[in-house]
Design a protein around this ligand. Sequence first.
Ligand code: PLP
Length: 393
Amino acid sequence: MFEHLTAAPPDPILGLTDAFRSDSNSNKINLGVGVYKTEENTTPILRCVKEAEKRLLEREQTKSYLGIPGIAALGKQVRTLLWGDRIDDERCGTVQTPGGTGGLRVAADFLAKRFPHARMWCSTPTWANHPSVFAAAGLDVQYYSYLGEDGTSLDFPAMLADLEQIPAGDTVCLHGCCHNPTGVDPTAEQWEQIARVVREKQLLPLLDFAYQGFGEGIDEDAFGLRQILSTCVDALVCSSFSKNFGLYSERIGALTAVASTPEAAAATQSHLKISVRTNYSNPPQHGGAIVSEVLASQELTDMWIEELAEMRARIRQMRTAFVEQMKRRMPERDFSFIARQKGMFSYSGLTRLQVDELRNKYSIYVVNSGRINVAGINEQNLRPLCDAIASVL
Ligand SMILES: Cc1ncc(COP(=O)(O)O)c(C=O)c1O
């Protein structure tokens, strides 16, 4: 049966981690996969998570199945993070999912089944897994303009013009904040215009919200999403708690459907439940229990907010330090855009050839598109990294 199969290509991002692991150079640097790193180059468990786990361990009585939508309390907590004070809970239905990716797949399966002729529109560029997940569910994936030709800023007129051309009933995938891979987000005013066009053209917004708290803060990062939710009637939101709770391996996220009426929300959730049931039956418990435990306690929530702020501050510091170091090496070139970009990633402007040279000559691992994970930079690797980048540029 399997003899004729040739190996599938490695994943463009996770495959890079495998290559990094097998590199024997002790000075190797991994700026590939999107995982937060401390100054000591570790990805530790957050203090609030450890404390929540301790409490859960003491209390836990059973490992029996969760219901299809997951932990009931978590749904409301997720929606509160999305909406803030202006929560319109009656019009929402949430299912707990294995990571943000699980939510994207459940959403895509739901759309492919209920709206088989609708297309999915992604930004150019977008997270490499978006088109793969959407296409795997059978959706026709199309693209709208996003990054300008300078490679460092949003081409907003082109983006808006493309959104205006999308046929009614199609879905637009928007990055809620900290756009991956570019780090380039719309301004508040641009979000207002995006929301208006999405509503006027009767498009369905699917907000991928994987980095809440990594840009400016929990509420600040939800500005665009809240603009969309308050302007448009229906929406889908995929939350991920991999990055902001550091729960990468626990696979915890959520998919929230927002509809015109409580009845429509309940009906939509019932379809999402079918999509869950036919994918993985019901979600794993542990990650969701941790997030719910933290958000149910003011003390743990305060701790979480503080830890998120620490992660955010470190990334910002590394952005500024990187720009300074590059300026010293290449004063004729402007790197200031790196300090302006949001979240973990930056489009460095490195070409494919330069990315290859970094890897082959210096054991520095960057995604082929030139995307760098700024959180992988620290005081120790900053100078050799900048030397190497200056040399390949
Ligand atoms: C834009 C975007 N969406 C979704 C995800 C999925 O995250 P998770 O690990 O929770 O599946 C990621 C992770 O890198 C991402 O960058």
